[in-house]
Design a protein around this ligand. Structure first.
Ligand SMILES: *Cc1c(COP(=O)(O)O)cnc(C)c1O
Length: 334
């Protein structure tokens, strides 16, 4: 079975397991785990920030990013399909108790919308806006840096902060041919995942200025996620950061190859977006198509009229060829 449901499915490599087994550790709640510290320092440096905090999940990195930049009752401006809104169980409302104001369409808010949302600021009837949220990549789609810059400039000109959900920032940076620091420029906080395209078993980080990360560290403990000898898992993340970051372009090349192979098959159009291939099927048919793919040995995530296939560390060139053939067999039989 070639499993292309997600880039979270990767298992630690032999070298990564060795690095984890041999990791130097200490009590990280006391700030004494050298491997966690090394991971936090390297992550902060890569992102051009003063500090970073290792957390168990991207979900928590996002929620801490929200927590340090908002107060209860304030607004966060986001896209209706951001992970923050649709994939974190409503934690924004439960933990930080903020009011999301949502746009749809392109994965960045148009200037006119921002202008209209900011007008009437200070009116006694309305909630105060506190935070502008972006995601890059957005389900594989790269948000242009010029749009990011426009949005973060707008936020700062009006006293809002800006957060980047960079679960797949590594893919965005590789696609754009810029450093992670450049891809994350202009944001007050940035979250990144080690457990997606980089292939680590556990963990994400939140990066920002030293005071913001100090408050996030307190927030992490508040949520009960102070970890002891976390260097064991941080070593996997550190290995991933050092050895798997630059190879994500291979996933992008394989995604492009797979899209090219299956685009135009009966009922299917396909487009590659960084490490993902998004397939359109006839309306409402995606689940049925995905089931037919699985019968031929390829798993994807299908719903509505879209199937997502994700390339990552364990998927080889020959897997891509096999997957394309399996998909062709499946649609021929539908
Ligand atoms: C996966 C993902 C997250 C959350 O990561 P977890 O580690 O699964 O909690 C956050 N944002 C985006 C855009 C993601 O794709």
């Amino acid at each position: 079975m070639i499993d292309l449901r997600s880039d979270t499915l990767t298992r630690p490599t032999t070298d990564m397991r060795r690095a984890m087994a041999e990791a130097e550790v200490g009590d990280d709640v006391w700030g004494e785990d050298p491997t966690v510290r090394a991971l936090e320092e390297e992550t902060a440096a890569l992102l051009g920030r003063e500090a970073a905090l290792y957390v168990p999940s991207g979900h928590m990195a996002n929620q801490l990013g929200l927590y340090v930049s908002t107060r209860s009752g304030e607004e966060v401006w986001a896209h209706e399909h951001h992970h923050l809104i649709g994939d974190e169980q409503g934690a924004a409302a439960v933990l930080s108790r903020v009011l999301p104001r949502l746009y749809s369409g392109d994965p960045f808010p148009p200037q006119e919308l921002l202008e209209s949302w900011i007008s009437g600021l200070g009116d006694v009837h309305r909630a105060d806006p506190a935070l502008l949220w972006l995601e890059n990549t957005f389900t594989g789609q790269v948000v242009p840096l010029a749009e990011q810059r426009r949005v973060t400039d707008f936020a700062h000109a009006h006293g809002l902060r800006a957060h980047l959900d960079g679960a797949r920032l590594w893919n965005a940076a590789a696609h754009l041919g810029v450093s992670p620091e450049e891809a994350a420029r202009g944001f007050d906080t940035v979250s990144v995942c080690f457990s997606k395209g980089l292939g680590a078993p556990v963990g994400s980080a939140l990066a920002g200025d030293a005071d913001t990360i100090r408050r996030a560290r307190r927030g992490r403990k508040l949520l009960g996620a102070g970890m002891r000898q976390a260097g064991i898992i941080a070593a996997g993340a550190l290995h991933a950061l050092r050895h798997h970051r630059e190879r994500v372009v291979e996933d992008h090349q394989r995604a492009a190859r797979l899209a090219e192979r299956v685009d135009g098959l009966p009922g299917i159009s396909a487009a590659a977006r960084t490490n993902m291939v998004l397939l359109s099927t006839p309306e409402g048919e995606a689940a049925r198509y995905a089931e037919a793919f699985a019968e031929q040995g390829v798993r994807g995530l299908g719903g509505g009229s879209r199937i997502r296939l994700v390339l990552s560390l364990e998927v080889t060139d020959s897997d891509v060829e096999e997957a394309a053939e399996a998909i062709a067999r499946a649609v021929a039989e539908l």
